[in-house]
Ligand binder design. Sequence first.
Ligand SMILES: O=C1C=c2cc(C(=O)O)[nH]c2=CC1=O
Length: 513
Amino acid sequence: QFPRQCATVESLRSGMCCPDYFPVFGPGTDRCGVSTGRGRCVQVTVDWRPHGPQYIHDGRDDREQWPIRFFNQTCRCSGNFSGYNCGSCRPGWSGPTCSQRINIVRRNLLDLNAEERRRFVNALHQAKVTIHPDIVIATRRREEIFGPDGNTPQFENISIYNYFVWAHYYSVRKTFLGTGQQSFGGVDFSHEGPAFVTWHRYHLLQLERDMQNMLQDPTFGLPYWNFATGQNTCDICLDDLMGARSNFDVSLISQNSIFSQWRVLCESIEDYETLGTICNSTEGGPIRRNPAGNVARPMVQRLPEPEDVAQCLEVGVFDTPPFYSNSTDSFRNTVEGYSDPSGKYDPAVRSLHNLAHLFLNGTGGQTHLSPNDPIFVLLHTFTDAVFDEWLRRYSADTSTYPLENAPIGHNRQYNMVPFWPPVTNNEMFVTAPENLGYSYEVEWPGRALRVTEMITIAIVTALVLVAIIFAAAACIVRVKKNKDELHQPLLTDQYQHYSDDYDGIATPSQSVV
Ligand SMILES: O=C1C=c2cc(C(=O)O)[nH]c2=CC1=O
C-alpha cells in the first residue's frame, strides 16, 4: 500500500508521500526524481463523483476517495517513468530512460515444459518468502495509525506474495462502524462492479512487476489457467504445478508440493471485524483445497465450459446499470460470473470466474482469503485474457466505462484501493499488448450454434437444395427442348422437300434419314 519512506509520523502528518529518486544532497532533495525530469510532487486527484446506493456510510471508511485519508500529495511521473518515486517505467517500457518497448507473453501453464514449470513454482515460492523491497502495510485504521502512544506508526513489512494477498483482503474488508456494532458488508472495492476487471488487472501487473524485479528478469510473465474445460477435475493440481491432492486429507495439498508448506494470511476475519483491526503479516494454517468436493452445492462441482467463454465474449456491452452484481446483459457481470454465460442475470447462477473460485472449495473460494492459494494468480490471468479479448473485439473506448453511480470504488476515475501510487480504473481499461506491454498466447473457442440458428441454417440449406433441383430440372427440359428444336427444321425441310419433289408414297424410314 505505501512506500516504506512514507510510513513515518512526519510523512503522515504532512500528507506528503513523494520519496526521493536519488537523494543527491540528502533526504528531500530529489522528490519524485525531479532533478532528472522524472516527475514532480503534486496534489493527489481523487474521484468525487457520486457512487451507487449500496454504500450508506459515507465518512466512515479509510478507503473513501482513496488515498486522501492518508496522503494528499504524491509523485506524478513524466513520460514513461512510473512508480512511487518515478524510479521505474510504465508497464510496457524498460531501459534506463524507459524508452524501450517490451512485450511479455503470458502462456498457458500446461504448455510450460518441465524446466519452465519448476522455475515458475520456485519463483512463486521465492515471492512468498521475500520481503517486499518498497511497500509496507498499515495494520490499523487511520484513526489508530499512530499507535497507542501516538508516536508509533502501525505499519509492517510483508513478503511480495503476501502483499498480493493482503491487497485483495484490504479491498474487500467490511467497513468498521465501531466497537459493539456490526461491520458493514455492502462494500467491495474490487468485486461486484465494473472495477472487477480493471482492479484485478492491476493487481496482477503489480505482482508480475514485483516478481520481475525479484528475479531480475524483465521478461518474466505470469502464466494462465484455462479453467473453462467443463471438467470436474483440476488439471493444474499436479505436483509439478499447483500441487496434487494430499493422500492423507482430501482438502490439503500433497507434501510433494512446496505449496503444502505455505501458510495463509488474513484468516482471523471475525477478530478484524469485531475489534476494528486490520489483517497483518502473521500467517496461520495451511491452504485448503478440495476441487469439485462441495457435495452440498452440486452446481459448483464442475468447471465452466469452453462454450461459456465463447458466449460471454458475445456480450457486447461492458456494463449496465446498476453496475452491480445484479446487472444483466453486462459483459463484466458475465465474466465475473453472476450472470449466466449469455449475459442474463440469474441470482441462482455462478459461472466463469466465480464458478472457478467456488469449484476450488476451500481457501481459493473465500473472497477475503482466495489469493493465498496460488491458483488465484492463474485463474485471474485467464479472466484478464478474456477481458483483453473483449476489449480487442469491441474496440472498446473508456467512454463505455461508467463515470459515476457505480458502487463505491468502481467509478472510472476512482483510484483503485489500496494501490500506490494512485492508479485509476480508467488506466487499466485499455488493450494490453498495445498499452500495457503484455499479451496472451491463447486460442479462443468458437461459439456452438443455438437451436434457432441451426433451424435457420437447415431451412436455408433445404431452400437452396430445392432451388438447385428446380434449376437443374429446368436446364434438362431446356436442353431437351433445344435438341428437339434443332431436329425440327430438318424434318420440316425434308417434309417440305419431299412434299415438293416426291410424288409417290414414302415410308417413315425414308422420310427421316
Ligand atoms: O475469491 C473469491 C471467491 C468468490 C466466491 C464467489 C461467489 O460467487 O460466491 N465469488 C468470489 C470471488 C472471489 O474473488
